[in-house]
Design a protein around this ligand. Sequence first.
Ligand code: GLC
Length: 743
Amino acid sequence: MKSLFRYLDSVIKCSFDKEGTTRYKTGAVILTPAEELPKDSSCTIPDGMDRGRSLWDFVSVEETPDGFEICISLEEDQGVFGLGQGIGCLNKRGRIYEMYNTDEPDHAPSKTKLYSTLPVFYLISPRGCIGFFLDHAGYSRFDVGSENRELLRITIEGPGFDFYAIPGSPESILKSVLELTGSSLFLPIWALGFQQSRWSYPDEKTVLDIANKMRQKKIPCDVIYLDIDYMDDYKVFTWNEERFPTPRTLIDELKSMGLKVVTIIDPGVKAAEGYEVFEEGRQRSLFCKRVNGTEYRPAVWPGESRLPDFLNSKTREWWGSKYSQFIDVGVAGFWNDMNEPAIFYTPESLSSLFELAKGLEKDKGIDTEFLFGEIVAKKRYHDYGREFYQEDDFGTKHLHRNVRNVYGFNMARAAYEGIERSAPERRIFNITRSSYPGIQRYAILWTGDNESQWEQLLSEIRMVQSISLAGISFTGCDVGGFGGNCTGELLARWTQFGAFLPFFRNHSAIGTRDQEPWAFDEEIESIVRKTIEMRYSLLPYIYSENWRSTKGESVMIRPLVLLWPEDSDTYQADDQYMFGPSLLVAPVYSPNATGRHVYLPESNWLDLNSGEVLAKGHHWAIAPLDTIPLYLRENSMIITTKPLQHIESASWNNLRVKGFVKKSARFDLYEDDGITRSYERGVFSLKRIEVEKREDGIFIEILPSEGELRIEEREIIFEIFDGERTYSASVKDCPEGMALLIK
Ligand code: GLC
């Protein structure tokens, strides 16, 4: 075993390789290590909980026949938070998870793996914290104190891996993860709007009907999605000429209504003679090959297909260039799906299933019953990872299983880089289902095929926090649930949660009942409308926070344990979270509920529904169906505007600052054109708004704006509550700033 230790500021990088093997470097980490430690280094942890201790006092690494094993001893009061897209509590202690990207439409509590691998985790106790990131593109299994409560055992398959140990506070660990893996792409502002999707709106007329209904019913909306049925025979990068004969006209018409179109893109290329994408990929040898060197022939939506080998930059460049034809007809964004990659079957797996199915000809009672089950399970859970290989830029062949976890990452990267090449001035809207750390540089991550079930609403509340702990800020889930039939009550509650997610999209599966905001009764429609309006009114706050997330400082969704690790009551409070620095959100996730339990950490909070001030501690929040419990943190502010039907710009005339300020608070309001990259050349406005409680009143100062965007003189309404009374004033804001004392 070869090992190497390096320091990256406060991060210790440990690399382990089997002698004589070559592994694929994932591309997740963009920071280069500073200094190599001497071989006999004790890896002393410089700061945090384990100050002065050596890493090897509680971590061990051993080589095994298939790879390696890392053991980390856990202390009684430590929680293990993170691990990305896992089902279950934010604290993963007591369970087993696997890191192996999988198309898993069943998000049941027993599931150990989903679409993404995000092996970033934090050991947190009130005494201190240490974070870890396992950078490994192949299979690994995390037994997080399941077999033995005191041991976190990581089994790693493959020729080698990098492992980062990051001592410090959870917030500084997260910052280091962002330094290592890169900060978030800066999306266009309409990415923060409400988005409507379904598998599938089958034709142009239906899409226009949905758009018209949104506008007639005055439900704010910015995006409509085209799922797989817009394609000709599921051939990627084509249009179905019967059902979508005039995409450019359709897109223009939607544009005139203030709506953008996002299309789905799948990696499976239909194997059809004469189909350009297939022919080109085959001729240039850009598809994955079987281990014996022949063509690999997996089937996905279009039947027999080919999978582009995204490990290779030649393939990425070729694939990325395909997006331009859609950009040319006006498509605003792309949704990269099925990129674990999902495989339904291959000729070989299909024939072995048929072979097995021969057993069904005999009527053997329970054995026949079991065989039925076995066939279904074999079809669904067959692992294709050992059947084909991928080739990197140096010509090294890697068994797919050893690099699987970066397939989706590299597809999203190909899309991002291709879009950037063909529309360099445009901010990129790119979504992915499968991911790996660093994906935040290229795409939004959504959580895939959940179900319209209350339990899954709770599961998503936890999952988006866990994903955020891996440094992925722009995330969200299918609002209302993808599979199964939603109910009006569930849609109302899920929309309330969705309004406080970066990515806010209602999406549902084929064969399920309609789930658009008007699909239930008038009461539900009006609750959904009001909730979406609330989201649109919060855009100045959310947009500024989103901009901050692109600076690598933090993420939008912040688990309570990230901010208050010394308070162990936050460890269980994973059904609520901070959305930006000021707002605590506690979505309701039970049927027939008229309220829920909420834990408020730190100090006092302003209940934004009742107007009451609540002290640190456990509370019962009253929340009838039209209410989501929301709290404003002491000494903080939010900035709102008048909700519109769609987002017109990222600078606002109607601004209202609401604050709960006993001492002082500040907020940096960021504005720009919302769509181009002119901000990179200084065309933006950043203003610091400061509010201070003084003996004689509330002192407000708006500092001169930074950046070259000139905001015309405008009014800002302030409503500052100091715990006893509200101070209100309408203030004239201009680029030079202003100051005022409200008595
Ligand atoms: C996958 C996606 C889902 C999409 C469907 C059809 O299941 O996760 O969102 O609607 O494929 O394209």
